[in-house]
Design a protein around this ligand. Structure first.
Ligand code: 6PG
Length: 236
């Protein structure tokens, strides 16, 4: 099934994904509507590189005390587990930029559905308040984003479902998961994808063929794609 449109139409590859990501975050911070800035972070190695660069290049370009940090998805593992996104975010960013306004990781210290309901409340309160300024997303080789996997019921979440418990039905991605849904992401002012390396070439090519991949379903006030040459297969 196709998503009818190529979400990458008109997109050109960038030389430095992490560097461009920093510029996009700083620009969004400077253009924020109110005194605070809500930033939803991703998991994955590309995200880690982006956050390390953010901590290095933008430590003085952003007033981190005004930044409220959330997670777009999490593996249902202890907070200090090597696979925990919150551990990666602490190591790559939060421990390096000093005190941020707030950090609300997705809880994983209770039954899965209890954790999902707790974070549903957190995100609902943000949307009822200042809203979500920027959601950072990665792209998996199978076209997943956040923990929205191909063939998963999580893709069919209704408009009031902001956070759900899920897993990869194809078993290619480990751990039970907690993830923001497409309606939650759609409520954000800006969604930014960072995609790097030849391992993403097939997923990018499938997106450009308008395949109905989870990442192709992402909507937001604005959706930006930062894709490097390694991932962006030039049209033959
Ligand atoms: C996760 C991420 C996931 C990730 C992509 C890309 O928890 O794993 O949220 O969506 O962003 O799988 O990850 P890489 O950058 O490591 O390829």
């Amino acid at each position: 099934m196709t998503s009818l449109v190529d979400p990458l139409a008109g997109i050109r590859p960038v030389e430095d994904v992490a560097g461009e990501f920093v510029n996009v975050v700083v620009d969004a911070f400077e253009r924020r509507q109110g005194p605070r800035f809500s930033l939803v972070l991703s998991g994955g190695d590309t995200a880690r590189s982006c956050y390390e660069r953010l901590a290095g290049d933008a430590v003085a370009r952003i007033d981190w005390a005004a930044v409220d940090v959330y997670l777009g998805d999490e593996r249902w593992v202890p907070a200090d587990h090597p696979d925990a996104n919150q551990r990666m975010v602490r190591e790559a960013l939060l421990d390096r930029v000093g005190q941020v306004g707030s950090f609300r990781p997705i809880p994983t210290d209770a039954p899965l559905q209890v954790c999902a309901a707790a974070y549903q409340q957190v995100i609902a309160e943000v949307l009822a308040g200042g809203g979500l300024d920027l959601v950072h997303l990665g792209l998996g080789p199978d076209g997943h984003t956040a923990s929205l996997f191909p063939g998963s019921d999580s893709l069919d979440a209704g408009p009031s479902e902001l956070v759900v418990a899920t897993r990869d039905p194809r078993g290619a991605n480990p751990h039970p998961r907690l993830t923001l849904t497409l309606p939650a992401i759609a409520a954000a002012r800006l969604a930014v994808f960072t995609v790097s390396g030849p391992s993403k070439r097939e997923a990018v090519s499938r997106l450009r063929s308008a395949e109905d991949l989870p990442a192709a379903r992402v909507r937001a006030g604005e959706v930006r794609w930062l894709i490097d040459r390694g991932a962006y297969e030039e049209a033959r």
